[in-house]
Design a protein around this ligand. Structure first.
Ligand code: SF4
Ligand code: SF4
Length: 353
């Protein structure tokens, strides 16, 4: 049976119109999404890195949290620490960044917390039972709270091509070591003749895996975590990743991780805010980033595969630029793999409001 995806179409940068669109959607799904009185509801989102300009607007997070409070719950916003250098690598810098971007309690009316502790390593370990990824570590509330609301800003992505709800859960709801494990097949290499020796990759590498030989960067594959950060940092196209296989391995791991995490909740709901759909994700995007599809609207579903598939279909319909990465079909293969593994249904009824 197809899953329902609710869709409010809106091509506008006006925040009041976006709030109105969200409230229209929340009103339509209000009776479908039921919570126990007084229950804590974690709301997953990302505030974007310091230079990102198109990430989820905090006003929309405030509206979603207000809707949950109106349903007599105790919502809180959360994210986890990332593995690359920047202002989201630990809870202190991350919470300061969130505050400066308008995600603090004073703006949204609810707390914003970093769920994997001060250094991104606090959590509980589980065996996933998959040959692709055996052990994962997740924030300890996973498995203890019943409900989860996931707010995502869909974008392109330099490695996975597309970053939506599935990536928000798989990469955004795990502790830093599990982020590394998911990425660890990506072992880039340097194309020496293109390398200028600028040192950006060395400075950004979280693992100290980059050194220099005769003025050219060299990556120690034993030390490399596979985070892909150097790929983003190199402005000379001198970092090479084997795109033929490894991004797919990363994506398959993401599917297994997301499936495990979502299996620990009884009540999940996903909202994709397809506004300012940039070619790069909110970790590296900035105000000048290429628009993949611009402003599309808001999509929501109980089914993570349906909401991402519907979002990808809308991106294809509004496409201004190609998905990033060299494997044109990677995003749809991930949807297929997620469906094969029982994460959700790629077939959906689009209910336009
Ligand atoms: S060398 Fe490896 S660990 Fe270092 S930035 Fe590149 S991908 Fe990440
Ligand atoms: S960022 Fe690129 S050009 Fe600069 S040192 Fe690293 S590989 Fe070479």
């Amino acid at each position: 049976m197809k899953s329902d995806v609710y869709f409010v179409r809106l091509d506008s940068i006006d925040i009041e119109m976006r709030v109105e669109a969200l409230n229209k959607l929340l009103k339509a799904v209000d009776s479908l999404v039921v919570y126990a009185p007084n229950e804590m509801v974690p709301v997953k989102l990302t505030v974007g890195d310091y230079m990102s300009a198109h990430h989820l607007d905090p006003e929309l997070a405030k509206q979603a949290a207000g809707w949950l409070k109106g349903k007599k719950t105790r919502p809180f916003l959360f994210d986890t620490s990332v593995i690359y250098n920047g202002q989201r690598q630990n809870a202190v810098d991350h919470m300061n960044l969130a505050q400066s971007k308008g995600f603090g309690h004073d703006s949204t009316g609810v707390p914003f917390i970093i769920a994997d502790g001060v250094l991104g390593q606090d959590g509980r370990e589980y065996s996933v039972g998959s040959p692709e990824i055996k052990q994962i570590k997740v924030p300890s509330f996973v498995g203890m709270l019943d409900s989860l609301l996931v707010l995502s800003h869909p974008t392109g992505h330099v490695v996975t091509q597309y970053a939506g709800a599935l990536k928000n859960v798989a990469m955004g709801m795990v502790c830093r070591p599990t982020k590394q494990v998911q990425h660890s097949s990506l072992k880039p290499a340097v194309i020496a003749k293109k390398c200028t020796g600028c040192g950006c990759c060395e400075r950004i590498c979280p693992a100290g895996a980059v050194s220099f030989r005769e003025g050219k960067a060299f990556i120690d594959k034993e030390r490399c975590l596979g985070c892909g950060e150097c790929l983003c940092a190199c402005k000379f196209g001198a970092i090479f990743i084997n795109w033929e296989e490894e991004p797919l391995v990363l994506c398959r791991r993401m599917v297994h991780v997301a499936k495990f995490i979502l299996s620990r909740f009884k009540n999940v709901f996903f909202i994709n805010f397809a506004f300012g759909v940039t070619r790069d994700c909110d970790c590296i995007s900035d105000k000048d980033d290429v628009m993949l599809a611009g402003d599309i609207g808001i999509l929501a579903s109980r089914d993570i595969v349906s909401v991402d598939k519907a979002t990808l279909d809308q991106i294809a319909a509004h496409k201004k630029a190609a998905l990033p990465g060299r494997r044109g079909e990677l995003a749809s293969r991930v949807i297929e793999f997620a469906a094969e593994n029982g994460l959700g249904n790629p077939e959906y009824n689009l209910i336009e409001l």
